[in-house]
Design a protein around this ligand. Sequence first.
Ligand code: IPD
Ligand code: CA
Ligand code: CA
Length: 265
Amino acid sequence: MNRERALTTAVSAAKEAGAILRGGRREEKYASTKSFRHDPVTVFDRRSEALIVERIARAFPSHGILGEEGTAKEGASQYRWVIDPLDGTNNFLRGYPQFAVSLALLCGEEPEVACIYDPVREELFTAICKEGALLNGEPLRVSRQSSLDGAFIGVGFSSRPERALRTYVAMEELLPVVRAVRTGGAAVLDLAYVAAGRLDAAWYISLSLWDVAAGLLLIREAGGRASDLAGKPLSNPENGLIISNGRIHGEFLRTVGERKASDPG
Ligand code: IPD
Ligand code: CA
Ligand code: CA
């Protein structure tokens, strides 16, 4: 597998999809809901996915493709693309300029290539396994913050109330210690920002594979760490994840990890 070619294909598809999303901010956006009340999908999520899938399938016909908006193409090889065609749909719908396109190429379960594109700021985050991570061509490194005291933290409040409640409960302990908590509403960008050292750590109660596949490679390549809420290697992001610069991982985990998350009392 030529990973440079895979990355070039991913970048060009992500930029084309990003241009569709940029234009979409001015058009009327039809929205329906998916599995629950605050889980919208727009025609732009679907247009973006259709474009990316077409470009990937043309360049790599033997690869599998998993896309959030329903693509589930079996591949003849062990390579599989995982795509979030529009992360931050709620932001996009409101014209809140924090959303992105995310593509990852996995070999089995291992990420090989990652590409996250923010079409508003025209920021392109890329990584190839064991070759480092880049932002618009410049090397990325996680922050050097060494304690939770003063840390800059990203948090995702789930739109499912029962999950969001866990996050609120842990905030009581977190807020007096950290410098600030940011909740951008696009998990893909939170992961990219940890890799870029813009956030020191971030925490999610539940995410899907397409939310994290690219970002986790960026974080690893930029020197950061990811785990589940018990501190174990991440096997299923739907059960929550903590990502960080590595230095504050343990302290952050003790503050918001498993026990706190599942036992509000
Ligand atoms: C959502 C966003 C949001 C996170 C949700 C995700 P979507 O993705 O990343 O920040 O809190 O859990 O589902 O639906 O906009 O692609
Ligand atoms: Ca998403
Ligand atoms: Ca999405």
